[in-house]
Design a protein around this ligand. Sequence first.
Ligand code: DHB
Ligand code: MG
Length: 225
Amino acid sequence: MRVPDYPLADADKWGRVDGYFADLLAPEDAALKAALAANAYAGLPAHDVSAAQGKMLALFIRMTGARRVLEIGTLGGYSTIWMARALPEGGRIDTIEFSPLHADVARANLAAAGVADRVALHQGAALDVLPGLEGPFDLIFIDADKPNNPNYLAWALKLSRPGTTIIGDNVVRGGAVADPDSQDPNVVGVRAFLDAIAQDPRLDATAIQTVGEKGWDGFSLAVVR
Ligand code: DHB
Ligand code: MG
């Protein structure tokens, strides 16, 4: 194993660096701040991407020229706002949310952010909604219930084309992903998802660990051949 260049920092430091980067490179405007406040007020879990991660998703959209984006797991629409703002003229996001409460909060957040015209919010179980969507999507962000990740990957592939980018959130889970004996259904789902990505000859992929205000986690990144 390689000796780390940096000693393990604590979560406070990770959060401070995230704050520094976000202030510098990914500042939240009033609408993004209001969305987080509305989510907290409505009691949604604080599982939104960080500002720096939201900006990363926005940059992926711009780097790939994505016009059609699929998001599985809207929560309160914080990541949706970041992505919707990065779309080119005429671009659209389909985003799917299981919880009627979360979907209501997201709908209001998206309207307040001025991006509702670019976003189709589908309330329902993703596995019920996905068969009704028409591909191909250019970029797909999988960020919903992790036990279903392998099913979401199968749908992402059905709704893709060569060159489609598929991103998975929360694939590290404080390091738990490396435990093959984990009984945590989230870890089991993520490991099955990563195995399926690794074994699928249509996909070329990597996974990156992140530390920051959300602690120690990470994302997978795949492109369809
Ligand atoms: C969890 C889910 C998320 O999408 C996230 O970004 C962080 C945590 C969770 O279910 O634990
Ligand atoms: Mg997530």
